[in-house]
Design a protein around this ligand. Structure first.
Ligand SMILES: Cc1cc2nc3c(=O)[nH]c(=O)nc-3n(C[C@H](O)[C@H](O)[C@H](O)COP(=O)(O)OP(=O)(O)OC[C@H]3O[C@@H](n4cnc5c(N)ncnc54)[C@H](O)[C@@H]3O)c2cc1C
Length: 487
């Protein structure tokens, strides 16, 4: 019986773990090498007031099939939870206001609803209305989000709606982010339609089959961080945590992967780590891909999570939280009322801290290019976040517990031309059939997009292993015992 080819996956975040599961199913022997002591990458949780609260990603888009599909595959469906009632708001012009109805990633499709929301000044609303009468804006190549939407609808739509919503995903700036890569629903409208507002409205009225019904977001009781943990458990001894990949060495047959826990021999290597690390590992072997990867910038941010007595608020916080545009004079860029958004958290708090009537809030701080604020100590960040919460909600009183989590270089920035850059990286790698890349730096930072990218890249590598590298070696149809062939 032929021996299964061995693939080393560098990085045990959701992308690396998913790719390993798929490669295993396709007949490869896999080893996931993860530098941190726990798998999960940006998906981590730790207790606050005795309850496990996500300290990185907190939810998945339920309108895409990949994350919920993986959750079912791992037998976790019974733990799926959805946000409680209420919607997100924006802190604009000195107070919290509901996001206008009929918007798509902040781009308004309904002028009357935009005016009613009060998010923009009357002048800003009139400026947005000009989109309805102005001639078409010719759009050829990719361009910054702020350029196109700014021309059509004015700066206020960009600054008070689109940038805060994009900020929740990229912690990025609308004047740098790519329209094609970050607003793929809007980009075709920019090329096809005269009025953006009408195009958004038509698209929302029509809906799409993928959009479907039901809640937009989902998470897991115990935190969405339980998803990579369940994946790692499924993969068992094939995941090596606390081990960093130091370099790759090309061998006559495959690769030697040097780690701080000793070398591993591999037929193929899949880099599921952030782009700067992939660039470093590829620099000697595929310099053209490394150069492109080295050009992807990352934003840093911090999350401050508080457990507070509900009595600290003049009235209980309602809704799921609020976004803060850059020009509003606050340091936090968003706050999530976590125990409102995820009712299971409230239930757990009532169980672990009975009679204390606690609420959980999570504030995010830091935008791309704004690193100064993150140089402050944890205590300062917590104090600033508390002061901002006091400004917005009237909160007075002290938290019973505070957790500060830093995500240095945590979010890749999809700058103008990102899609072309990713194509060039992947084209360069096709000339090296035993190498692949996947993860948040490529086809979307959201968890479902990472799962999809990992699946595609696992299939591409498995095909290459069958046809280009070791034709005739294991195709998995024989149910090969993967554990037995691990190095
Ligand atoms: C604060 C925050 C909140 C977010 N919220 C959401 C959300 O609510 N919903 C959503 O869909 N997305 C969210 N995201 C985005 C999403 O979580 C990430 O894009 C996704 O988890 C990235 O997964 P990944 O496996 O591609 O990369 P990562 O999670 O970055 O994993 C890469 C792994 O590679 C390891 N590694 C790096 N170098 C080496 C090496 N040399 N050797 C071995 N291992 C190495 C790292 O330790 C890391 O564990 C959020 C991101 C952040 C930072």
């Amino acid at each position: 019986m032929p021996e299964a080819p061995h693939v080393v996956v560098v990085g045990g975040g959701i992308s690396g773990l998913t790719a390993a599961l798929r490669l295993d199913a396709l007949g490869a022997a896999v080893t996931v090498v993860e530098a941190a002591d726990t798998p999960g990458g940006k998906m981590q949780a730790s207790p606050v007031a005795g309850v496990p609260v996500d300290s990185g990603a907190e939810s998945v888009l339920a309108r895409r099939p990949e994350a919920l599909g993986l959750i079912s595959e791992l037998g976790l469906e019974e733990r799926v939870v959805h946000p409680g009632p209420g919607s997100a708001s924006v802190y604009s012009r000195g107070r919290i206001r509901s996001l206008p109805q009929g918007q798509l990633m902040g781009v308004p499709g309904d002028l009357a609803a935009l005016a009613r929301s009060g998010v923009l000044s009357p002048a800003g609303t009139l400026r947005a209305a000009l989109d309805l009468v102005w001639p078409r804006t010719p759009v050829r190549g990719d361009l910054p989000v702020a350029s196109y939407i700014g021309i059509r609808m004015g700066r206020q739509v960009v600054e008070r709606l689109v940038e805060p919503l994009l900020g929740g995903v990229y912690a990025g700036r609308a004047d740098l982010l790519s329209l094609d890569a970050t607003l793929p629903q809007i980009a075709p409208m920019a090329r096809r339609d005269r009025s953006l507002m009408r195009a958004v409205r038509a698209s929302l009225e029509k809906g799409t089959p993928a959009k479907g019904k039901g809640p937009v977001f989902a998470s897991l009781r115990g935190g969405i961080a339980s998803l990579p943990l369940a994946l790692a458990e499924r993969l068992g001894g094939r995941v090596r945590t606390g081990t960093r990949v130091l370099s790759l060495e090309r061998r006559p047959q495959g690769w030697r992967v040097r780690t701080d826990g000793g070398p591993l021999e591999a037929d193929a290597v899949l880099l599921a780590c952030p782009a700067p690390e992939a660039a470093r590992l590829l620099s000697e072997h595929v310099p053209e891909a490394a150069r492109e990867l080295g050009g992807i910038e990352y934003a840093s941010m911090a999350l401050v999570t508080f457990a507070l007595p509900a009595s600290a608020f003049p009235e209980p916080p309602s809704g799921t939280g609020f976004l803060v545009p850059a020009g509003e004079g606050l340091t936090v860029k968003a706050a999530t009322f976590s125990s409102n958004k995820w009712p299971w958290l409230g239930e757990e708090l009532a169980r672990t801290a009975p009679g204390q009537d606690l609420v959980l809030l999570r504030c995010s701080i830091g935008r791309h290019g704004e690193s100064g604020v993150l140089e402050r100590s944890d205590e300062d960040l917590a104090a600033v976040a508390l002061a901002d919460l006091a400004t917005v909600t009237g909160l007075s009183g002290s938290p019973v517990e505070t957790r500060v989590t830093r995500w240095t270089d945590g979010l890749p920035q999809y700058a103008v031309g990102h899609t072309g850059r990713v194509e060039r990286v992947r084209t360069a790698l096709t000339r090296h059939p035993g190498l692949g890349v996947c993860g948040a730096a490529y086809g979307g930072v959201g968890i479902p997009a990472c799962i999809a990218d990992a699946g595609r890249e696992a299939e591409r590598l498995a095909d290459a292993l069958r046809t280009d590298i070791h034709p005739g070696r294991g195709d998995g149809a024989d149910g090969h015992d993967q554990q037995g062939v691990n190095p």
